[in-house]
Design a protein around this ligand. Structure first.
Ligand code: 28F
Length: 679
């Protein structure tokens, strides 16, 4: 709230102590926005939308709303509309103002003013509409109720006028519509909404709320395409071609998407498995309520070796799991072992299947709805409520036991896959023990191909993983020996999406990386042992290079995800072009940049433009100047968005899976999992 706003309130009702408290509450939100929405970056900006949508989702969960429409308007305001009962407009007696005004102007309205038990879903911080209001330049709410339309407007949290009737509507029409413009003085990084970000989260919300229709629309005009005439004819042609391409892309880009999943998380599992080969056709789905915990679980195995299990509490992703996930794991481990013993698939002499064996190739969603979720752990992302453990465990155990009895073919194929996993794991353990013993004997011998750096403080050190021996050679010559280590990898990197553990541990390139990093992997992983602060993947700037990077990233994501989560993994960005003119040299890292350089130096005959096809075309000096010198290089940090875990998983499996169709879709959609860190 601006100070001027505090003194010069234009509100028409009298300001008693209560109202002053209200303003102080919202003032606190504006002073420390991060405390309420996590951050004021693009992520926080998008959170505003989720907070408002959450209120509609709550209304849907209460059984009164089946459609939510979200519109990005011109100028980047956002409208959210639902067909629920409409926020009550009657006077809230405790506060002495209409309930809707309470919702938008009092912090934590849900708990304090008669909302007890109403709020089920919740944004990252579950703080709701008043926070969005406080952080908006303006916000308008319209409510249809009993044949009347009510409206109120706020500016930076201040009421502009008392709730008023602005018209009529058919009595059967009810609902709430909220439009807000994020305050640019708060969201200083960006106030531009990204369609794809909203799309991903709204899709997830729709998956998690079966039967709810969510529509996302983008009403913004495409960027005006400016063609300037001051440049040469060639330039104009080039730009026109560029403009045509843009226009085409704009037309192709869907402006409206609609999500509706009758099967809810069952369809979520199908979506996650779409680029994989399922082990059986059914998607198992269990639902129930126990100890005041509503539980939904869906899963299906595929023929891969990875686990893709995602858990949610009140529609919020819990990347660190917690009691609900423990309940699920307990239940499937116990139930499958019981079944395998009973069906004599597992002999008396054989040990039990481990949880990991049973989860090999498992795609699952665990979703619980709980009144008062308690979050634990460093990042407060781990569910702590013990009643959730028991509820999930007993609902899954009971219904899964029944399902397995009725579907012996499916039961058998899951058990058989788990038994194979058990054997592979045993073989992998032996192989690992062997390497452990070896390293103990040889005293942590580093891979022979590694050119290590001399500085022993990991904080100062970086390792370049380089494709091919020849580029590796140039990199070794080019590097700064004190702080840059080079590990050249030969030939094709193993695709860990398609190999079992024993084979992965036996792979020479993977072994070299593991020993070089020093961290160990999987359950042995210890990030404090990391020998380099930056792990930089340096591959050719072509399709093969991108493929190799993806293989490497997949390995890191599956086996050392914390390296990515904690921001240690980077992609080097070699130049695409070298331009020479009058003995001067320019490097361009994108087509756009080449155009800009050409504009600057002029487009003459004697320009020499070289398109780099691979790192191997550069000599050591060029490689240093363009790609390795910390002062001049461009690094892209690989970014792990915990909130969209399931999408990250999908990205990797889609790129690495063997079904052709989904991969093409993916490349066309061009989802981003890397973020430009710039120079
Ligand atoms: C576009 C955003 O915020 N929709 C909402 C409702 C409906 C009720 C409600 C909301 C009652 C006293 C807290 C209606 N009738 N969309 C929305 N729809 N909030 S928010 O109640 C709020 C509580 O204060 C509602 C009967 N009960 C609840």
């Amino acid at each position: 709230m601006s100070e001027e706003g505090m003194n010069n309130t234009t509100v028409e009702h009298e300001y008693g102590a209560d109202q002053i408290q209200i303003l102080e509450g919202l003032e606190a939100v504006r002073k420390r926005p991060g405390m309420y929405i996590g951050s004021t970056s693009s992520r926080g900006l998008h959170h505003l939308v989720y907070e408002i949508v959450d209120n509609s989702v709550d209304e849907a969960l209460a059984g009164f709303c089946d459609t939510i429409e979200v519109t990005i308007n011109e100028g980047n305001s956002v409208t959210v509309q639902d067909n629920g009962r409409g926020i009550p407009v009657g006077i809230n007696h405790k506060a002495g103002i209409p309930a809707v005004e309470v919702v938008f102007t009092i912090l934590h309205a849900g708990g304090k003013f008669g909302g007890g038990g109403y709020k089920v879903s919740g944004g990252l911080h579950g703080v709701g509409a008043s926070v969005v209001n406080a952080l908006s330049d303006w916000l308008e709410v319209e409510i249809c109720q009993d044949g009347k339309v009510y409206k109120q407007r706020y500016e930076r949290g201040h009421v502009c006028y008392p709730l008023k009737e602005i018209g009529t509507c058919p009595v059967e029409k009810t609902g709430t519509k909220v439009t807000f413009l994020p305050d640019a003085t708060i969201f200083t990084e960006t106030t531009v909404y990204e369609f794809d970000i909203l799309k991903r989260r709204l899709r997830e919300m729709a998956f998690l709320t079966k039967g709810l229709r969510i529509i996302l629309r983008d009403d913004r005009k495409e960027d005006e395409i400016v063609i300037n005439n001051e440049n040469s004819q060639i330039n104009e042609l080039l730009e026109r071609a560029e403009a045509d391409k843009k226009e085409e892309a704009a037309e192709k880009k869907a402006k409206v998407v609609e999500f509706y999943y009758e099967g809810g998380i069952k369809e979520f599992v199908a979506y996650l498995n779409k680029s994989k080969t399922p082990l059986y056709e059914n998607i198992l789905y269990f639902e129930g309520q126990k100890n005041n915990v509503y539980v939904e679980v869906a899963f299906q195995h595929n023929d891969s070796y990875n686990e893709s299990v995602f858990s949610f509490v009140n529609n919020i992703n819990t990347p660190e799991g917690g009691t609900h996930l423990q309940g699920f794991r307990n239940a499937i481990t116990k139930t499958f072992n019981d079944y395998a013993r009973g069906a004599k698939l597992l002999k008396d002499s054989e040990p039990n299947l481990s949880g990991e064996d049973i989860r090999e190739g498992l795609t699952a969603i665990i979703s619980v709805k709980i009144e008062d979720p308690q979050f634990e752990g460093q990042t407060k992302q781990k569910l702590g409520n013990s009643e959730a453990r028991g509820a999930v465990d007993s609902i899954v155990s009971e219904q899964l036991t029944y399902f397995l009895e009725l579907n012996p073919t499916i039961a058998k194929s899951i058990c058989e896959k788990s038994i194979l996993a058990q054997r592979a794991r045993e073989a992998a353990r032996k192989a690992r023990d062997l390497t452990r013993r070896k390293t103990a004997l040889e005293g942590m011998s580093l891979p022979g191909k590694l050119a290590d750096c001399s500085d022993k403080d990991p904080k100062n050190c970086e390792i370049y993983i380089v494709e091919g021996d020849s580029a590796g050679g140039s990199a070794k010559t080019a590097r700064s020996r004190a702080t840059q280590a080079i590990l050249p990898l030969r030939g094709k990197i193993l695709n860990v999406e398609k190999a079992r553990l024993d084979k992965i541990y036996a792979n020479a390139e993977i072994k070299a990386m593991i020993t070089a990093f020093g961290t160990g992997i999987h359950e042995d992983f210890d990030i404090t042992k990391l020998r380099y602060d930056k792990i930089i993947l340096m591959t050719d700037a072509d399709v093969d290079g991108a493929h190799i990077s993806t293989l490497l990233l997949t390995f890191l994501y599956r086996f050392m995800p914390d390296l990515i989560k904690e921001g240690h993994v980077y992609l080097a960005k070699p130049p695409l072009y070298k331009l020479e003119k009058n003995k001067k040299v320019w490097y361009a890292y994108s087509d756009e940049e080449l155009e800009n350089i050409l504009k600057e130096v002029g487009r003459d005959q004697n320009n020499k433009i070289q398109r780099y096809k691979g790192l191997g075309e550069m000599d050591a000096e060029q490689l240093w100047e363009t790609t390795m010198d910390p002062e001049r290089r461009i690094l892209m940090r690989v970014n792990y968005d915990e909130e969209m875990e399931s999408e990250i998983d999908l990205t990797f499996t889609t790129l690495m899976g063997d079904k052709v169709e989904p991969r093409r879709d993916f490349i066309e959609e061009n989802a981003k999992f890397v973020k430009n860190l710039d120079i």
